[in-house]
Design a protein around this ligand. Structure first.
Ligand code: NAD
Length: 444
């Protein structure tokens, strides 16, 4: 099948490379000419394990190309995906749909023969209706069901394991009305269906809501275990054991039950906010999600306060080592990472920060609020002369630090582990003042 992917960011690039791997002819389009030029030189604009190899193989096989020419890409495609960004709109928390609508207009003008226009971006309920309206407005000659159809196919991949998630998803959700579009989508996803991926066909509006319901549910799980961690500290219980004890219950499941510094990334913060807005406007407010949003904001500030209190209560003039900046490991994505809020508080409180992240530093360096940070080449560089160290992201290379070396390079061996990657007893035995989340032995 001939596929055009409008937007070659995280989702567009990964989906485009994976669809080409499944044997389709894919053109990835972006309006960022530098990004496309880089892709045409074999340079990936994001760090995602396995993506470069996958893209290279399919480019070499002639199934994957990159262009800024949307008109040509859409004109030759049977299926056109919209995979552009839907960030929080400035000021009100609604999803900013300007990129989606601009793409819809351009696609409409380029339609050439029956085409299925598929929205893969995360968009509020009703966006597919508006995309259809825009296409009809730009092309009064084009009728849904005859010249085009608009489908909702939200994406659930996770950064860091995006290719595996795309190739072996738990399910594929397809919001489709009309037999013709349904057959096209079924044929496109047939290779995944053969490995028994459930294809969930539903209405377009329902598909749009499924994506938000999934993300806000997961964000709620994270906030839930973070609150339980605080309670564990107050009661002398262990949050890791609580998570294990409840996670083994099949009705609950073990994932997203790790206490941490709060959720971040390019999706959960904006999607929770957008659903809160949608629900309020629909007259059916979601009190649970409103509370989750509030808790998550507070959480990041509480984490900064913990670092300050473990570093003697006043960090003015003190040096703090920072391990990890991205919102999770195996990505270079800094969008809405908890590190941004935590480190801004520490900088304002007068701390000198030395930071290291295996993949996130080139993105982090672009962020003005982090200008004051000294960027280091490795973990021990970040610890050098530090009064304390905070682990913000659980990259594998931080899981087995040499504690003797750490003690030698730090001014005082104080560790605040916001990901609970070390064992409190072992840290006590190693002579490290160790502060973690929701576990005994924690005096933060
Ligand atoms: P991104 O910012 O990485 O990429 C978007 C790309 O679209 C950019 O490269 C931009 O230049 C391009 N673009 C914008 N308008 C365009 C146009 N008219 N024509 C061509 N290109 C255009 O965004 P992303 O992280 O890939 O997210 C895309 C969507 O997918 C969002 O709605 C997001 O919520 C959703 N999503 C993201 C993830 C994730 O993990 N990143 C997972 C699931 C869903």
């Amino acid at each position: 099948m001939r596929v055009a992917m409008i937007g070659s960011g995280y989702v567009g690039l990964v989906s485009g490379a994976c669809f080409s791997e499944l044997g389709n002819d894919v053109v990835c389009v972006d309006l960022d000419a530098d990004k496309i030029a880089g892709l045409n030189r074999g340079e990936m604009p994001i760090y995602e394990p396995g993506l470069k190899r996958l893209a290279e193989g399919n480019v070499a096989a002639g199934r994957l190309t990159f262009t800024t020419d949307l008109k040509q890409a859409v004109g030759g495609a049977e299926v056109v995906f919209i995979a552009v960004g839907t960030p929080s709109r400035h000021g009100d928390g609604h999803a900013d749909l300007s990129y989606v609508y601009a793409a819809a207009k351009e696609i409409a003008a380029a339609l050439n023969g029956y085409t299925v226009v598929v929205d893969k971006s995360t968009v509020p309920v009703g966006t597919g209706d508006e995309v259809e309206r825009i296409i009809r407005e730009v092309r009064p000659d084009a009728k849904p069901g005859a010249e085009f159809d608009v489908v909702s196919n939200p994406e659930f991949l996770r950064e860091g394991s995006a290719i595996e998630d795309f190739m072996r998803p738990d399910r594929v959700v397809l919001g489709v009305s009309g037999e013709r579009a349904q057959e096209v989508m079924r044929a496109l996803y047939q290779p995944l269906y053969l490995i028994e991926t459930p294809l969930v066909f539903t209405s377009r509006r329902t598909a749009e809501l499924i994506k938000y319901a999934a993300n806000t549910f997961l964000a709620t799980k994270i906030s839930f275990i973070n609150e339980i961690a605080d309670l564990c500290e107050a009661l002398g219980a262990d949050v890791q054991d609580v998570a294990k004890g409840i996670g083994l219950d099949g009705r609950i499941g073990p994932k997203f039950l790790h206490a941490g510094p709060g959720y971040g990334g390019s999706c959960f913060p904006k999607d929770t906010l957008a659903l809160v807005k949608t629900a309020r406007e629909a007259g059916a407010p979601l009190k649970i999600i409103e509370t989750v949003v509030e808790l998550n904001t507070l959480r990041k500030h509480h984490m900064a306060e913990r670092v300050i209190s473990a570093t003697g209560g006043n960090v003015s003039g003190k040096t703090i080592g920072v391990l990890g900046l991205t919102f999770k490991p195996n990505t270079d994505d800094m969008r809405c990472s908890p590190s941004l809020d935590i480190l801004s508080v520490l900088i304002k409180a007068g701390a000198a920060l030395r930071a290291y992240d295996p993949e996130g530093m080139s993105e982090a360096r672009k962020i003005k609020a982090l200008d004051a940070i000294t960027w280091c080449d490795d973990a021990y560089g970040a610890l050098s002369g530090a009064d304390s160290v905070v682990i913000i992201t659980e990259w594998n290379e931080f899981r087995a630090l040499d504690m003797e070396r750490l003690k030698k390079v730090m001014k005082s061996p104080v560790m605040i582990d916001l990901r609970n990657i070390y064992n409190p007893d072992e840290m006590a035995a190693a002579g490290i003042a160790y502060y973690c989340l929701g576990r005994p032995g924690n005096d933060a």
